[in-house]
Write a protein that binds this ligand. Structure first.
Ligand code: SAM
Length: 441
């Protein structure tokens, strides 16, 4: 999401005549677009800021700006704590960046962390920074209303709002015309996407009279898939509490909607899920996976898991492992719980699992996922997969890499293929992270 937001920042600034450089020595301004989801992310930003000390020394006019969630969380406190920071802008303040820069040039430190109920940057065509020219993100909504007790996002990205569907479709169609072949629709909780011409307030839209004219995520997905059968569609992130069978049926209807769902579970224990305020139980999550397997056989499923949430017992941790086994996730993002100031968990529960226990549980989760990923990949050996080529393989320039519909990375010999091609690849071998094969002509 930050990657996508940086494209919006680039677009706002390009409009005002700024240009970009990869070379820090050429730059007059540097912006760090930050994440606040775990303490580690913030520590990385603080370390990175130290790198700019020498640039400031060489050029006192050099401007350092902090954007995004850490900016929103710490606000002007960041200016006091990190003396070399000149500018702080939250995720809804990017249109204001030219004014903020002017104010820094006039000798003032500047801050805008105003969150908005309406801002979706719908009219801004993001600059595709460091693009591979094949795959692109499209932000379809901003903010989050879910209030998971561990999560800082509702405080740093504000209330949930959905972007005008026509602006999303226009951006997708333009990307296709520009040669892109895959788009990922992005939101903290895409299943909750709901747009209505008259109001941006979800509570209003949910009133039945308004609902008839509204556009749901299933409808948006259906319309986006209709742009061109050669344009692959992905989306992230789905939330088990909001995902509907309607979305699954739309996925089944279109070959170009990738058969892959990222469905964060966080924990396999219902009591922990309740304390996390996730809005579903273990049984409901299991039921959701069963629907996916029934409506979309062969669909890839990945997840997010947190180890060592407040008061998590050994038995509850084992339930996470058993759910992972049952679901046979293809892939997972796995984290140690990190208490975030201001969240409901920080206010109401003790972060009482010792770090070594969190680490040990995380390691058990990671080890199990490695086995599950390998088992899942082995099932793909001996089969043909339609792969969209994204670029040259990191390990050898004689090989290309791309993804199959289940989002698995596939590596194969380059021959005369190029990024953007769809290639039928027969998979002959695998690791836990990659499928390896040869093209079928
Ligand atoms: N919106 C998505 C959802 O709710 O499923 C995910 C958003 S979050 C940016 C990505 C992942 O970070 C979460 O699914 C969760 O596993 C993890 N995460 C969020 N807050 C965390 C925290 N305080 N400590 C550790 N992991 C956290």
């Amino acid at each position: 999401m930050n990657f996508s937001d940086s494209g919006i920042v680039a677009s706002v600034l390009t409009e005002k005549g700024f240009s970009f450089t990869d070379d820090i020595h050429q730059a007059d301004i540097v912006f760090l677009n930050t994440c606040a989801i775990r303490e580690n992310a913030e520590l990385k930003v603080r370390q990175r800021l130290q790198d700019f000390k020498k640039n400031k020394k060489q050029n006192p006019e050099f401007i350092v700006g902090v954007l995004g969630c850490m900016a929103e969380r710490l606000k002007s406190q960041l200016l006091d704590e990190e003396k070399l920071v000149d500018l702080v802008a939250g995720p809804d303040a990017y249109r204001d960046l030219p004014r903020l820069i002017e104010s820094v040039e006039g000798g003032q430190k500047s801050v805008n962390v105003q969150l908005s109920l309406e801002e979706t940057y719908a009219d801004i065509r993001p600059v595709r920074i460091a693009s591979n020219g094949v795959t692109a993100f499209i932000s379809i909504m901003r903010g989050c209303d879910n209030m998971c007790s561990f999560c800082v996002v509702p405080f740093t990205r504000g209330r949930e709002r959905s972007r005008h569907p026509q602006s999303i479709l226009a951006e997708a169609a333009q990307l296709f015309d520009d040669g892109f072949r895959e788009i990922t629709l992005l939101g903290q909780n895409v299943d909750s996407y709901l747009w209505h011409p008259d109001t941006n307030t979800k509570r209003e839209i949910l009133k039945t009279e308004l609902k008839n004219d509204s556009v749901s995520f299933a409808r948006l997905l259906d319309m986006t898939a209709g742009i061109n059968p050669d344009l692959r569609i992905r989306f992230s992130t789905s939330n088990p509490r909001d995902m509907t069978d309607e979305v699954l049926y739309v996925m089944a209807k279109h070959d170009n909607i990738c058969k892959y769902i990222h469905l964060p579970v966080q924990s396999g224990n219902s009591e922990v899920l309740c304390r996390m305020n996730r809005g579903y139980t273990r049984e409901e999550y299991v039921h959701r996976i069963e629907s996916i397997r029934r409506i979309l056989p062969g669909c890839g499923i990945s997840t997010d898991i947190i180890s060592g949430f407040c008061s998590e017992t050994e038995v509850q941790h084992r339930e996470t492992l058993s759910l992972m086994e049952w679901a046979a996730f293809d892939f997972a993002y796995m984290f140690k719980y990190s208490e975030r100031p201001g969240t409901a968990a920080a206010k109401n529960f003790k972060d009482n699992i010792p770090d070594e226990v969190k680490s040990r549980r995380l390691q058990e989760i990671v080890d199990l996922q490695m086995q599950l990923s390998l088992r899942s990949n082995k099932k793909d050996v001996g089969k043909a997969h339609l792969v969209l080529v994204e670029g040259i393989s990191k390990k050898s320039d004689k090989n290309l890499f791309g993804r199959n519909t289940q989002n698995k990375v596939v590596v194969f010999a380059k021959e005369n293929f190029k990024p953007g091609d769809y290639v039928n690849v027969f998979v002959t071998d695998c690791t836990s992270a990659t499928l390896i094969g040869t093209s079928l002509i």
